[in-house]
Write a protein that binds this ligand. Structure first.
Ligand SMILES: Nc1ncnc2c1ncn2[C@@H]1O[C@H](COP(=O)(O)OP(=O)(O)OP(=O)(O)O)[C@@H](O)[C@H]1O
Ligand SMILES: [Mg+2]
Length: 666
């Protein structure tokens, strides 16, 4: 004791005080541990401090500082080892025989460990690893003073974290995109999406127990997603609740209104699933003004949920609805063998889907307009899927692919003997789609004569098979059309008739080209990589920065289809787990501004051709870069570009044409 007082001189006290002050500046646990590391290393170099949270029931570990570090894996095993043992305090070296459970990393380190109980089932711990015994001793010496402060600040930051917005574990993607929830919800696999959604709902309300139930539209039953059930169940959770089951979820489904059960012991509608629940909040997930499922959050405290929680979960449910529909479409279409995957979280893309949501609730004729590869066909499927006609057929007619002389009989059918070769009666596609949707793809390619006939069907809802002299038949179909052609121009030349043009444009939906929403390129790539891994059995983990940047800089004349093709090819051809620039087609590489022209170092280094051809290639890269940048700078002013480049206008035009460098004539 005497030693201790002696050692604890004024300077040491001052240091401790500084450390505590620094800790208090940390707004989050992460921030505070980072600051602690900086302070500690000033006097104890080679010392590293980590902290962790441990969920005893879930056996989940969250470590600070977050992010990558060389020691991270070793530290995780150390924390788990101590947490599982229930160790309160440890100082010294790990015993040889225990090292097996952890890792050899700690063989030469001195360890200081301290643990506290933050709340039921949740522990916090801090570890300092030192390279010398002396540092450990100094830590032990100051720990009595510093630890109470440390734990008080720590538990305060922890409370902020669970009641608020700051869990590192959950918000790790925060930096990548501003819209956290979207990023978390943008998962095409329904089970994973619902798991994430529940986790978000629990975090946002500071709860640990809840579930998500999804309505099966065919049976009317509410189905549990096993991954989206969290808490200590009373017994085995059933797969589903029958249609007329008496439960809060059932009531919410019937009323499409949230239900806040303040005291479960007094509510006859409450159906217990989890242990010790005293209050429960159930909120509908609404799509097209009808519930497609519910989110239930439960608490062991009576009257736990207030207006704030209700509105938080309501807005989360609202945000999630579109993603759930996408995942349901993906699941159902995959089961039928033709997966339909819709991705995108930019405002531009979501606006399109909002229009789709509205249009699909009605029977109105929709025309999808947009360049090739923008997703028109995909969206036509989504409209049908989200319409009341969902369970009836969806029939696609590609007006460009069927020879015009066959098209009429394809659309409306024919009777035996109607024309040479008509040996049997044939049912047309319109009739086949009875009760469902007809998708007239490439409508711009429809010959004018057939335009008249389609118009008649659209107006009267009747079809007449070729060669039939009977009365036309009534059909009940909804029509969706699509085209990438400039119909307005075709109106002028008479190729497209005005009357059908207007008849089709009841709900026109413009599908934007990919270059108008490049911010979705990363999330599209991520999903196309997973898709490639699924379809082609590749094992690609991601894409590196230069390759991503090159893709983001590209103008994609072939839109999303082209991006998907690039990724599939790269996934198949790549020698690595990560897609790199070299795996992408030349048009991307040549366009890439990541190939620096202020040095040759990053020009693709696969010089496989002759000197002259390789020189030509490098020159081309340089020339493209040089002029693209210069044109950007001059706002495409040809005179000025030529002047700055020190060449004539004629020479400039030659270069631009030769290398097909995009430019506007200004
Ligand atoms: N938002 C999107 N999310 C995921 N994939 C998309 C998206 N948009 C388009 N795609 C993909 O791009 C490809 C082209 O889509 P689609 O066939 O719907 O385009 P389109 O507009 O009908 O093109 P075209 O005019 O050439 O017929 C498909 O493979 C589709 O899966
Ligand atoms: Mg198409």
């Amino acid at each position: 004791m005497a030693d201790m007082t002696e050692a604890m001189n004024r300077d040491t006290y001052k240091n401790i005080l500084d450390v505590v002050k620094e800790l208090m500046k940390g707004t989050t646990i992460d921030d505070m541990i980072r600051r602690l590391n900086t302070s500690v290393r000033a006097s104890l170099p080679d010392t590293v401090v980590f902290a962790a949270l441990w969920d005893k029931y879930e056996e989940e570990l969250e470590m600070f500082p977050s992010g990558r570090s060389t020691e991270k894996k070793a530290m995780e095993s150390l924390f788990k080892h101590f947490f599982k043992k229930g160790e309160q305090r440890f100082t010294g070296k790990i015993k040889e025989k225990e090292l097996g459970n952890i890792t050899d990393f700690f063989k030469n380190h001195y360890i200081f460990y301290d643990m506290v109980r933050l709340e039921k089932g949740i522990r916090g711990a801090v570890v300092g690893i030192h390279t010398t015994k002396e540092y450990l001793e100094r830590t032990v010496l100051t720990s009595d003073i510093i630890l109470p402060h440390f734990w008080s600040i720590f538990s305060d930051r922890y409370k902020n974290m669970i009641t608020g917005k700051e869990s590192e574990m959950l918000w790790k993607i925060k930096d990548a995109q501003s819209d956290i929830s979207d990023n978390y919800l943008n998962n095409i696999e329904l089970n994973k999406l619902l798991e994430n959604l529940l986790e978000l709902a629990l975090r946002k309300t500071g709860q640990k127990c809840g579930c998500i139930l999804i309505l099966n539209e065919k049976t009317g039953e509410l189905e549990f997603e096993p991954r989206a059930v969290k808490g200590k169940a009373l017994s085995i959770i059933p797969d589903k609740l029958p249609r007329d089951h008496k439960s809060l979820a059932g009531i919410v489904l019937g009323t499409n209104m949230p239900y806040n059960c303040r005291d479960t012991s007094k509510d006859p509608n409450y159906f217990p699933l989890f242990q010790r629940i005293r209050s429960s909040l159930v909120v509908p997930i609404e799509f097209q003004h009808r519930p497609i499922g519910v989110i239930a959050i439960e608490s062991e405290t009576k009257n736990r949920f207030k207006e704030k929680e209700t509105s938080t979960i309501m807005s989360l449910a609202k945000e999630a609805a579109m993603f759930i529909r996408r995942a349901q479409l993906f699941k159902e279409s995959s089961e039928k063998g033709a997966a339909i995957m819709i991705i995108g979280q930019s405002k531009k893309w979501k606006d399109v889907e909002k229009r789709i949501e509205k249009a699909s609730g009605t029977d109105a004729t929709v025309i999808l307009r947009g360049e090739s590869g923008t997703g028109k066909e995909l969206l036509a499927h989504a409209i049908h899927f989200n319409s009341p006609r969902k369970n009836a057929p969806f029939v696609t007619i590609n007006c460009a692919a069927i020879p015009s002389e066959l098209l009429e009989s394809e659309l409306f059918g024919h009777v035996k003997g109607a024309f040479t070769g008509a040996f049997y009666n044939k049912t047309g596609e319109f009739e086949k789609a009875e009760g469902g949707t007809v998708f007239l793809d490439e409508i711009g390619d429809l010959p004018p004569l057939l335009q008249v006939k389609i118009l008649r069907t659209l107006q009267s809802g009747e079809v007449k098979p070729v060669g039939s002299n009977k009365m036309a038949k009534k059909v009940n179909v909804r029509v969706i059309a699509a085209t990438s052609r400039n119909l307005e121009k075709m109106l002028g030349t008479g190729e497209f008739r005005m009357d059908i043009y207007y008849r089709l444009h009841v709900v026109p939906i413009k599908v934007p080209p990919l270059r108008e929403y490049p911010e979705d390129i990363p999330v599209l790539i991520e999903n196309f990589i997973s898709e490639s891994n699924r379809i082609f059995n590749t094992a690609i983990k991601g894409i590196d920065k230069p390759a991503l940047k090159a893709l983001m800089d590209y103008h994609f004349p072939g839109n999303v289809r082209q991006l998907r093709n690039f990724i599939q090819q790269a996934a198949i051809m790549s020698d690595n787990e990560i897609i790199v620039l070299n795996d992408l087609p030349d048009e991307i590489k040549l366009n890439s501004s990541t190939i620096a022209y202020n040095g040759m170092s990053s020009v693709p280094a696969t010089y496989s051709g002759s000197y002259h051809s390789e020189k030509e290639r490098v020159l081309e890269i340089f020339t493209r870069q040089y002029f693209s940048k210069l044109l950007d700078k001059t706002g495409s002013n040809i005179m000025q570009t030529a002047k700055t480049a020190g060449i004539s206008r004629v020479a400039l035009y030659k270069i631009l044409n030769r290398y097909k460098i995009e430019h506007r004539d200004v």
